[in-house]
Write a protein that binds this ligand. Sequence first.
Ligand SMILES: C[S@@+](CC[C@H](N)C(=O)[O-])C[C@H]1O[C@@H](n2cnc3c(N)ncnc32)[C@H](O)[C@@H]1O
Length: 243
Amino acid sequence: MQIDIYSDPHLYDAAHVWKTNDIEFITNCALEHGDPILEMASGTGRLAVPLIKKGFNYTGVEISEPFVEFTKKKLTSINTNYNIVQGDMKSIDLKQKYKFIFIGFNSICHLLTNQELSAFFNCVYAHLMDGGLFLIDTFVPNPIFLYRPKHKTYVMEFDLPNGERCIVNEINQYDPDTQINKIKWFFESSRVDQFIFDMHMIYPDTMDRLLNESGFVINDKFGDYDMSPFSSESHLQIYSCTK
Ligand SMILES: C[S@@+](CC[C@H](N)C(=O)[O-])C[C@H]1O[C@@H](n2cnc3c(N)ncnc32)[C@H](O)[C@@H]1O
């Protein structure tokens, strides 16, 4: 069966319990730069939860309606100092400016063309206060991954909401002309479901150019959450930008 993990917040949360290594870094950025905070592509509130627990004034923009409804319920049980808005991060107009805006966990790769990336950067620019910080956290495209053999590769395993163990294997097909990596995940438990999604491989030189064209100044580029400088060995590209 075809599934859409971005329509199923319980499945998304179950599959991503392992992703915690960015929380301290994002929280420290928030502590340093202050609120109000805007997260683009806020998902199921994975990063909203620790920020709201610390008392920050937080807004998340998320395109998936089921995720928005689920997240509102999840966050209300913590406190009500948040706003989750359903919308497209390329074009939303929140009629407010923010001190700290971020997009985490490779979400920027869902913007599939450079035109979409530029529209997104312009939208962020319009929402960023003077002196505010814009942070991007995404992986560096890796040719070993993009051009690997065409057989299923193990990605992760986790417990489904019904308690069954689920193994995720994937295959991918990369098109260097469009720079889009087509990924097929096989969720294998007592049955096999497929989730197919596209990711835009954004190379650092493209990111630099499009950010500059949108008026951003890149102040720091880190290669990991420990804030080590970005290098040719880095797996992550973490951008810290101002207007
Ligand atoms: C990898 S998940 C990350 C979610 C969350 N930020 C986290 O760290 O767990 C990517 C999210 O981007 C959302 N998304 C994709 N395109 C979007 C768009 N154009 N505007 C807003 N959200 C979008 C998806 O629905 C999904 O929730």
